[in-house]
Design a protein around this ligand. Structure first.
Ligand SMILES: [Ca+2]
Length: 81
């Protein structure tokens, strides 16, 4: 019974993390900062950098500025070794 509860919680956490990470991918218009009609590599890198910062902060549950193994495991599940 406990195992089922843990499984449900893990799925919920993974879903939450997944949607948080997906939400960090900017829309084309937002990524195309200079409005050239193309997302240049520098714009792509900048958009990713902003997304990584937000995702990192969301994964850092206790806010200590570091990802513990448990916090990191939210991305990869139990196979994070
Ligand atoms: Ca942490």
């Amino acid at each position: 019974m406990l195992k089922m509860k843990q499984l449900g919680l893990a799925a919920a956490v993974l879903f939450a993390a997944g949607s948080a990470l997906a939400a960090e991918i900017p829309k084309f218009k937002a990524a195309d900062a200079d409005g050239s009609g193309f997302v240049e590599e520098a714009e792509f890198a900048k958009a990713q950098e902003a997304g990584v910062k937000t995702a990192y902060a969301e994964l850092d549950e206790d806010g200590d500025g570091k990802l513990s193994k448990e916090e990191y495991a939210v991305i990869l599940g139990e196979d994070c070794e």
